[in-house]
Design a protein around this ligand. Sequence first.
Ligand SMILES: Cc1ncc(COP(=O)(O)O)c(C=O)c1O
Length: 404
Amino acid sequence: MNNQQQKRTLAVETLLVHAGNVRHNVDSTALAIYPSTSYMADSPEQLDEIMAGTTEGFSYSRHANPTVEGLTQAMAQLEGAGTVIATASGMAAIDAALFAASLAPGDTILLSRDLYGASLNLAGKVWGQFGVKSFMEDFTNLEQLQATLEKLRPKVLLFEVLSNPLLKVVDVSAVIAMAHQVNCQVIVDSTFTTPLMIRPLALGADMVIHSATKYLGGHGDAMGGIVAAHERYKEALQQYIKLRGGILGPFEAWLIHRGLQTLAVRFERQCENAWQLASKLDKSGLLKTVYHPFLPNHPTFATAKRYLPSHLGGAVVTLELFGGRKAAYTFLKSLRVVRSATTIGDVYTLCLYPVLASHRNQSEAERLEMGITEGTLRIAVGLEHPDDLFVDLIQAIEKAAQAN
Ligand SMILES: Cc1ncc(COP(=O)(O)O)c(C=O)c1O
């Protein structure tokens, strides 16, 4: 009997939606992508248990998705976390962490002064609308921080281990201990440091966030965020994804999980490339300042040596040209291998001009107070050969000097 003669038991419309929708019980080596938005339980009783959270399983992808769970389980092990959620972006992860901290009107968030600009705005503008106050402090000045903590008694403290773009290293354990003394919860943004450089939960932090868009994904093709937290935040974080709904999609989760599998080799090479560039550029005498945590003239050199693994000083180098904006523009236009783009963590080396991008909302006086001048440029080092990067940077620096 050929296909024409075969009698259909169901109408073509029914077949079109159901045919081929087979469920395989296979053991694939790679994480599978499940784009399904909903899942069938074996029985109404089982569905009831899944919905109640008494049985593990899936019902609806905003609540839980098997591919996303592959990523969150990996991150829980990497960060030593009791609970992990994956969000649509790093910003959503910070928002989720602030939500899980149970902030109420009148509460205070204390932020490190050189935090990512959008994080400062999220706290100040978005949470500010709900009556939450936010203040900034220099987290590398422990004496001043102690006094501010005692005065403000904040409910939450949020900082990055490596500051952006000047790469100051915070004394994480000391800050956590000081915060806990005044009953303040600690959220660490470990985007620049990855779980390879530091594991803040093991040092006592309450929550860790990552922009997975950066090193975790690593290829500049997926946006995502991670909150890794102590078990006590599980309910609040689940509520955030179920009710606010800023979840990570399965395709992005798959890409970020695949990125994680090569994170160690990528990040170690990127850190090595960054260190080679930093030390050679520092010796070149062609720059006003070169910032890298392991350069002995860096203001937080001693803390960096204490906290960071000796081969992982981060994959970012920041340069200060002798000239101002004109020199910086010439530098950016002269780059041939390095790409001018705003992010970090990709396989390509990327250069960001803070005055135009990350710090464009700060006044010049505010930037100068942070140490960012019109000649400051951030290089997020990729996987190219470091000699090609050095040659490219030197020729751009020389052209910038002529434009000055
Ligand atoms: C340190 C840091 N945290 C958070 C974010 C926000 O992440 P996303 O762009 O994935 O929302 C960024 C983005 O640049 C960042 O650099």
